[in-house]
Design a protein around this ligand. Structure first.
Ligand code: S3P
Length: 175
């Protein structure tokens, strides 16, 4: 297995279906680094699933838990971190990611087109923001967020035709 010159700290951002969780796992395996996921942290803190959180407590409450989870993970976690797709909407999170990148951390934007995101996401009940007309919702989310993902990114990888291990290789090459 190729070894990176250093063990980088990496944060993955991107929309649902861009492969953040699977690429985080591939990077963790490749570099033997711990992997953390803010969606899982939020669910652990709340003691319920994200769909339940949206229904019971509303999106603003979810976002508050999410921004706290991101700040905690950035402060504590030495390894690979996957953020929920909408985490970058929070201004405090944007500032924290800028600081993280200034301090040598790498923010990777996993870009993806709708055609490739759709089968990965499955557009099932697990993503409350994609209910209704999932394709149109996804496209609207991506259009609104793309400038933020692009501005925050140290590296961008288009994941469309790549397997998670190939995305991990591409990231390592671009470090
Ligand atoms: C969201 C993405 C989800 C999850 C929540 C909201 C979003 O994470 O945090 O459903 O706003 O795009 P994934 O990007 O891992 O699907």
């Amino acid at each position: 297995m190729p070894e990176p010159l250093t063990a980088p700290r990496v944060v993955l951002v991107g929309p649902p279906g861009s492969g953040k969780s699977t690429v985080a796992a591939a990077l963790g395996e490749r570099w033997q680094l711990a992997v953390r996921d803010t969606d899982a942290d939020v669910e652990a803190t709340a003691g319920k699933s994200i769909p339940e959180l949206f229904v019971d407590d509303g999106e603003p409450h979810f976002r508050a838990l999410e921004s706290a989870a991101v700040l905690a993970a950035l402060a504590e976690h030495d390894g690979v971190l996957a953020l929920g797709g909408g985490a970058v909407l929070d201004l405090g999170t944007q500032q924290a990611l800028d600081d993280y990148a200034s301090g040598g951390g790498v923010v990777v934007f996993l870009d993806v087109t709708l055609t490739h995101a759709a089968p990965r996401v499955g557009f099932n009940q697990s993503r409350p923001l994609l209910l209704g007309n999932p394709r149109a919702q996804w496209a609207a989310l991506m259009e609104a967020r793309r400038p933020i993902y692009e501005r925050l990114a140290t590296i961008t990888v288009l994941t469309d035709d790549l397997r998670p291990t190939e995305v991990a290789e591409r990231i390592e090459t671009e470090l």
